[in-house]
Design a binder for this molecule. Structure first.
Ligand SMILES: NC(=O)C1=CN([C@@H]2O[C@H](COP(=O)(O)OP(=O)(O)OC[C@H]3O[C@@H](n4cnc5c(N)ncnc54)[C@H](OP(=O)(O)O)[C@@H]3O)[C@@H](O)[C@H]2O)C=CC1
Ligand SMILES: CC[C@](O)(C(C)=O)C(=O)O
Ligand SMILES: [Mg+2]
Ligand SMILES: [Mg+2]
Length: 336
């Protein structure tokens, strides 16, 4: 049953009424990281899912091979009671205008895995449409893998418009059906989800951690240390350390490392992540809140993604990726 965690209500499977999805025609747009996970998990719960895609793509073949009814986006939206939009954020507004909005039936629900386009008002749905969000707090491939293993990724749920009157119950049912109710479903707003998710992925989870690992690798290799040793030290072992934090918090991790490491952790951590770093993080948050980041990201996308492509090429050629690719070939237990 729902738990009160330090004043916040968190829902679990027992609080979610899956009958809210029963008898509804469900369409998932996109069969990428999140799309494949939502579609497969829902289907295993007994729900009938149609996948909407553009014809002739890799995803089209994959969803067809997985046994789904696959239709072109506009066609998949017609007749659907719930349309979950899991195509890339940067194209959602255009696809919404061309293929989704004109085909949405009166009184349908639309849903998102991230609040970006609703919060920044790139998509403004009609008044008869109910709008909710189910945002897993983890990568789609882990939403699928943990579900198969019997656990699940926590989800944030929110409602933006509710002419149907039960959008939050539908959102909770969806979150439960994809595995979120096994580890916790948190009710929030589109604004909170969008801003915290963008901040987390940029400053901590992806941008922050990747830069820390990459620069650590560079400092060791530029000082003449063996690149394989540097890779094990700065990247491979990151997962092992984070696994302990995930399992028991910072104290469990620190109880497993040596006193030498723990002393160095307290002495050196604040020299690397300084007051200046905290100020930079605050500026990152301000740019997210003002919409600057969203507009810069969309402008890069409209221009054909020059910045994104340049960075992908730069990282593909970085030593840390080359060493890692060779080492992982010798560790067959690491899944592709
Ligand atoms: N990745 C993640 O783990 C997380 C993502 N989210 C959110 O989920 C949403 C989806 O992201 P993500 O799963 O990463 O996306 P992906 O890039 O992994 O997948 C996008 C899917 O959309 C399809 N697609 C692309 N362009 C079109 C188009 N014009 N018309 C129809 N289908 C198209 C792609 O198929 P193809 O290119 O083969 O045609 C692919 O199947 C976003 O809102 C994101 O913020 C939220 C939490 C975590
Ligand atoms: C951390 C990145 C993420 O927010 C996610 C997997 O949760 C994303 O947008 O992919
Ligand atoms: Mg996220
Ligand atoms: Mg995100």
């Amino acid at each position: 049953m729902a738990g009160n965690i330090l004043g916040t209500t968190v829902y679990y499977d027992a609080d979610c009424d899956l009958s809210k999805l029963e008898g509804k025609k469900i369409t998932v747009l996109g069969y990428g990281s999140q799309g494949h996970a939502h579609s497969l998990n829902l289907r295993e719960g007994g729900f009938d899912v149609t996948v909407g895609l553009r014809k002739g793509s890799k995803s089209w073949d994959e969803a067809t091979e997985a046994g789904f009814t696959v239709k072109e986006t506009a066609d998949a939206v017609k007749d659907a009671d719930i349309v979950m939009i899991l195509i890339p954020d940067e194209i959602q507004a255009d696809v919404y205008a061309s293929d989704i909005a004109p085909n949405l039936k009166e009184g349908a629900y639309i849903a998102f895995g991230h609040g970006f386009n609703i919060h920044f008002e790139k998509i403004v749905p009609r008044e008869d449409i109910s709008v909710f969000m189910v945002a897993p707090k983890g990568p789609g491939h882990l939403v699928r893998r943990t579900f198969q293993e019997g656990s699940g990724v926590p989800c944030l749920v929110a409602v933006y418009k509710d002419p149907a009157g039960d959008a939050m119950e539908v959102a909770k049912a969806w979150a439960s059906a994809i595995g979120g109710g096994r580890s916790g479903i948190l009710e929030t707003t589109f604004k909170q989800e969008t801003e915290t998710d963008l901040f987390g992925e940029q400053a901590v989870l992806c941008g922050g951690v990747v830069e820390l690992m990459k620069v650590g690798f560079e400092v060791l290799t530029e000082a003449g240390y063996d690149p394989v040793n540097a890779y094990f030290e700065c990247l491979h072992e990151m997962k092992l350390i984070v696994d302990l934090i995930y399992e028991g918090g910072l104290a469990t991790m620190r109880s497993s490392i040596s006193n030498t490491a723990e002393y160095g952790d307290y002495i050196t951590g604040p020299k690397i992540i300084t007051a200046e770093t905290k100020e930079a993080m605050k500026q990152v948050l301000a740019d997210i809140q003002s919409g600057k980041f969203a507009n810069d990201f969309l402008a890069d996308s409209k221009a054909g993604q020059p910045f994104l492509k340049e960075k992908r090429a730069e990282f593909a050629n970085h030593g840390v990726e080359k060493v890692g690719a060779e080492l992982r070939k010798l560790m067959p237990w690491i899944k592709k």
